[in-house]
Design a protein around this ligand. Structure first.
Ligand SMILES: O=C(O)CCC(=O)C(=O)O
Ligand SMILES: [Fe+2]
Length: 314
């Protein structure tokens, strides 16, 4: 935790910050977009990174949200080869990156008031609208994933993702160390021209009902993807960096088997189970993925100012 360097703006968030192993730090020479070294002072440093908030919503809210998403009219789903998705908040014009806004649905802004809760994390405090104005819903059946990609320049450099229905592992990759050529592409399934490292440098285990926030340099320096597996095994859990935030006993067990430290009772920090504890008693089997629905929220800073802009801006 980098609590000592937290600014007032993000001090609430700082307690959820994940430590990136030194060996996995992205070198600044591999950055895609310019982020000057001068803005990496001690105080701004705390605003960059991955922040994992378990139990961001209740089980009842999760059921409600899944019901709303599943009952969306059929044309709302865009069916891709390997998953399907819904856009909320409007369409983003491909060339200009401008949002033609539409109001976000009640299930994001009224009950549950997810967008307001995300605003309260202060993750978007420096973004133009101080909160997300756009949302993608992705549905992954077990065995489906998303290619490693970066989210691109149409958005403020922060993303908040709520997970429903299943855990998953978000794999984090670095660019290969070579001359960068910015693509600015937001098309996730299109192979990127730039080379990335072959293997993830670490993974973030996202439990159902958790919120993952990626901000600043972490947003710009790494790629993220979800492997198209139907279950996760020891070798996959071994890369997880947020073992101490994980609550579900079956996932804690999988982590322990993989040699990752977990907290047996997150309320009692002294009860840390050492990495590898209990390895012998636990079967080295995979943990099955279920259908996972993710709600990915971002701020598209350029918004078209037509009538829709006035009505839809939040
Ligand atoms: O489903 C997820 O957690 C990731 C989605 C994602 O990376 C995206 O929509 O850009
Ligand atoms: Fe993404």
């Amino acid at each position: 935790m980098s609590t000592s360097s937290s600014s007032a703006a993000t001090s609430g968030l700082a307690r959820y910050q994940l430590d990136i192993p030194t060996s996995a730090l992205a070198s600044s020479s591999t950055r895609t977009r310019t982020s000057s070294t001068s803005d990496r002072s001690a105080s701004s440093q705390s605003q960059h990174g991955f922040f994992y908030i378990p139990d961001f919503i209740t089980a009842e809210e999760e059921r409600y949200l899944m019901g709303k998403i599943n009952s969306a009219p059929q044309p709302k789903w865009k069916v891709l080869q390997a998953r399907r998705l819904q856009h909320w908040g409007g369409q983003i014009a491909q060339k200009s990156g401008t949002l033609i806004p539409e109001p976000l649905p009640d299930w994001l802004v009224r009950f549950p008031n997810i967008v307001q809760r995300v605003r309260e994390t202060k993750a978007f405090v420096e973004s133009k609208h101080e909160g997300p104005n756009h949302c993608l819903v992705n549905e992954y059946e077990a065995g489906q994933g998303i290619m490693p990609h970066e989210d691109g320049g149409a958005y403020f450099a922060a993303v908040a993702t709520l997970s429903l229905g299943s855990h998953t592992l978000l794999d984090i990759y670095r660019w290969a160390p070579e001359e960068p050529t910015a693509t600015g592409s937001t098309d996730h399934d299109e192979a990127d021209a730039r080379a990335r490292e072959q293997h993830p440098v670490f993974s973030i285990l996202q439990e159902r009902r958790s919120l993952l926030i990626t901000r600043g340099d972490a947003y710009k320096d790494y790629l993220h993807g979800i492997a198209d597996r139907s279950s996760d095994t020891t070798q996959h859990f071994a890369r997880v960096i947020n073992g101490s935030s994980i609550k579900a006993p079956h996932l804690q067990q999988a982590l322990i088997s993989a040699g990752v430290a977990v907290q047996s009772d997150p309320a009692q920090a002294f009860e840390v189970l050492p990495a590898g504890a209990g390895t012998k008693q636990l079967p080295r089997v995979g943990v099955e993925r279920q259908t996972r629905v993710s709600i990915t929220m971002r701020d598209v800073e350029r918004v078209s100012k037509g009538l829709g802009g006035v009505l839809g801006r939040r």
